[in-house]
Design a protein around this ligand. Structure first.
Ligand code: FES
Length: 270
């Protein structure tokens, strides 16, 4: 534990009257990232409570926002793991199992923390820019101490990713009696799975799980290989974090459009 004397926050700031001496457009990244996060929050909130247009029975497309669908409220065919839950009231999302996991995983993610601390809490808005808050308590007490649960969310997110992969395999449904087929929806679903896998595997927790607490990499060559691979992904974690937001929205929007009958799925095979 750090002592108060050793905390950077305990050191007085340089006596500069200006909010910052930076002359570049430091405000631009927190602004556009904040807008992207807001768009995703609004879109996903509307969609998870819509309770329709989440399943395409003809081709086995299930939107990730409703997976796994495990209640009696789910439309026939969409419950790949049965319906152990009864009908849900309107104020509970049908993706009630995975939603808290995915939301918790993203909210406690190191990348998103940086993003929303800067964009929404201005704490600080950018490097070398003074923040409006007078005190700094870090993540040492409620509610921010919950951020430390990120490692547990990672394990749960891995389980959700496996469910997404299973949904993706079932999205190879063919037209009519054909048991196999590929449509544009299948491709979109798998691109999203690839981005979700990139996001999950590039997590700092994954890096620690694969290579942490080792004194000698030479004695653990397999873990060293995994760690090297994950470390390369980890360098792109922020990219995966942002791209996967868009792929989730694109996948859900496409499945909604096909399910609602606004467009036909473009079939590539069967
Ligand atoms: S640090 Fe971003 S998901 Fe773990």
């Amino acid at each position: 534990m750090t002592t108060t004397a050793s905390r950077p926050s305990a050191r007085p700031r340089a006596a500069i009257a200006a909010k910052t001496l930076r002359t570049d457009r430091w405000w631009w990244p927190p602004l556009y990232i904040g807008v992207i996060l807001l768009i995703f929050i609004v879109y996903s909130t509307v969609r998870i409570f819509m309770a329709r247009y989440y399943w395409v029975d003809d081709f086995g497309y299930l939107t990730p926002l409703y997976s796994p669908c495990v209640s009696d409220s789910c439309v026939p065919g969409s419950s790949h793991f049965g319906t152990p839950l009864p009908e849900l009231p309107f104020f509970l999302p049908l993706g009630i199992i995975a939603f808290p996991v995915v939301a918790g995983f993203r909210v406690t993610c190191y990348y998103y923390r940086k993003a929303y601390y800067r964009s929404f809490w201005l704490s600080p808005p950018a490097c070398a820019v003074a923040e409006p808050h007078k005190a700094y308590t870090g993540e040492t007490r409620l509610p921010l101490i919950i951020q430390n649960a990120h490692r547990y969310f990672w394990y749960l997110a891995c389980a959700v990713l496996l469910i997404n992969i299973y949904d993706g395999l079932l999205a190879f449904g063919g037209k009519g009696d054909a048991s196999f087929g590929v449509g544009l929806g299948t491709l979109i679903i798998w691109i999203n799975i690839a981005m979700l896998a990139g996001y999950t595997l590039s997590c700092h927790v994954c890096r620690h799980v694969t290579g942490g607490r080792l004194k000698h990499f030479s004695k653990h060559p397999l873990r060293y290989r995994f760690w090297t691979f994950v470390s390369k992904l980890n360098a792109k974690h922020g990219t995966f974090a942002m791209i996967s937001l868009f792929t989730v929205i694109a996948t859900d929007a496409y499945i909604m459009a096909v399910s609602a009958g606004w467009i036909n799925d473009l079939r590539i095979f069967n």
